[in-house]
Design a binder for this molecule. Structure first.
Ligand code: TTP
Ligand code: MG
Length: 446
């Protein structure tokens, strides 16, 4: 174990919603909910203003509408999220060459792998403070929470404690005390399935967990998970920060001759794709952290849903099971034109999910909807960027009954006016997101 808090964990605050509020001035300070617009759509994230009403990630959209009817409901703009993410990851790479991105908005940085430094608490806190200021500048207003600790687990716990928009450093030597009062589910990888078993053993907090022997935990959860949990409960974690490989993803997809609406047939196709993807993964000697399922509908719109495991795998059963679970979340009755399965988040080291029970548990699913590729889509997705020949850039506020309402504003304007058009108005076109702030120049060497 290290003696300095030299692992940094960064997580952006209300990421998708914060990007929307940045680019849509009229939504700043208001409840914003980003999520799937389809029948079984779920919430991707909610702004902190909406969380007050009990809305959170993974909640069905209809429930979110019930709890917070006045929120802005948006379908998400992944190009804008990817752009913001690239800026943030660029800033982290300036701190150290060893960074491990976990998702678009989250990464570990091993500060001990950078140039020789003192790495004392004071210096680390100063570095984190500077990073947060630069990040807000470079992204045009996003905020991040930063944790520092002597292990991945501690850094992650620290950023969680710092949320939102804060910094926290767990001083080396105080790790076990810091986590004692936290609920057992604060341990990475402890999800609903593991928690259910732990509850039966009377465990609520990490301190309760520490009362149990390794043997008891092994009996309840199996050898690997039990031993691992015993270590983490005492704040022992020596997992290394793992960089990603050059190859970014591997995928397989098929367009059907006739649209397929049979869920079982589709599940079979997903399984076959998973097998091919995994055989390429194994040949390359890699392990994947994220599984993605892509579906194109008869109207050429498409959706891709992905789930990030709490480890990295090269097991075909795991990839197939996750792909099928992602498919299960979609209503395929209208038929499917194309089905694809892919893996990404590739690393060189096997990191089996920390807890076997949680491998295919539901939970963090990221869903990206794409309108058909055309200047004038058949459906105007709420929140999408558009441009009008006369009024300029704006975003879709709502649509239906052959009309579309647009608010004309951008990150650089104040709140703008709203106007309604015929959905097929030739003056109105979908647009790529406005260019985000440019990546800051790398600082001079030294
Ligand atoms: P999170 O970091 O979990 O959530 P957040 O950034 O919105 O809020 P905070 O960190 O302040 O608690 O996830 C990052 C983004 O990933 C989130 O903005 C939307 C997306 N996401 C999903 O699409 N589905 C999910 O189930 C979760 C948890 C996140
Ligand atoms: Mg976040």
């Amino acid at each position: 174990m290290r003696t300095t808090a030299s692992i940094l964990h960064l997580d952006l605050d209300a990421f998708f919603a914060a990007v929307e509020q940045r680019d849509k001035p009229s939504l700043r300070g208001k409840p914003v909910i980003v999520g799937g617009v389809g029948l079984r759509g779920v919430v991707s994230t909610a702004s902190y203003e909406a969380r007050v009403f009990g809305v959170g990630s993974a909640m069905p959209m209809h429930e979110a509408r019930g709890r917070c009817p006045n929120a802005a409901f948006l379908s998400g703009r992944f190009d804008a999220y990817r752009q913001a993410s690239a800026v943030v990851m660029g800033l982290l790479r300036e701190l150290s060459p060893l960074i491990e991105p976990l998702s678009l908005d989250e990464a570990f940085v091993d500060l001990a792998a950078g140039p020789a430094r003192a790495l004392d608490d004071e210096w680390l806190l100063q570095l984190a403070a500077q990073l947060r200021v630069r990040l807000t500048e470079a992204t045009g207003g996003l905020t991040a929470s930063v944790g520092l600790g002597s292990s991945k687990f501690m850094a992650k716990v620290a950023s969680e404690l710092a949320k939102p928009n804060g910094v926290r450093l767990v001083t080396p030597g105080t790790e076990a005390d810091t986590i004692a009062v936290l609920p057992a589910r604060a341990i990475p990888g402890v999800g609903p399935a593991t928690m259910e078993r732990l509850t039966k053993l009377g465990v609520v907090t990490i301190a309760d967990l520490r009362e149990l022997s390794a043997a008891e935990l092994v009996r309840e959860l199996g050898k690997a998970s039990g031993e691992h949990l015993h270590e983490l409960a005492s704040a022992r974690d020596d997992r290394a920060v793992e960089p990603e490989r050059e190859t970014k993803s591997i995928s397989m997809e098929d367009t059907f001759e006739h649209d397929v609406a049979d869920a079982e047939v589709l599940a079979g196709v997903a399984e076959r794709h998973a097998a091919k993807v995994v055989s390429r993964l194994v040949k390359a000697g890699m392990f994947a952290r994220t599984v993605t399922l892509k579906v194109r509908w008869p109207d050429f719109s498409s959706v891709s849903r992905s789930r990030t495991l709490n480890g990295a795998t090269d097991r075909v059963e795991v990839v197939a099971q996750v792909a099928k679970a992602l498919l299960d979340g979609l209503d395929v009755s209208q038929g499917v034109r194309l089905l694809g399965v892919g893996v990404s988040g590739l690393v060189e080291v096997a990191q089996e999910p920390l807890f076997d029970l949680e491998v295919a548990a539901p939970g963090r699913v990221v869903e990206e909807a794409e309108a058909p590729v055309s200047r004038r889509p058949l459906t105007w997705l709420p929140g999408a960027d558009v441009v009008h020949a006369e009024f300029g850039p704006g975003w879709v506020w709502g649509s239906g009954l052959g009309r579309v309402t647009v608010r004309f504003e951008t990150a650089a304007t104040g709140p703008g006016p709203v106007r309604t058009f015929a959905a097929d108005d030739p003056e109105l076109a979908s647009a790529v997101p406005p260019e985000g702030p440019v990546e800051p120049m790398a600082p001079a060497a030294g």
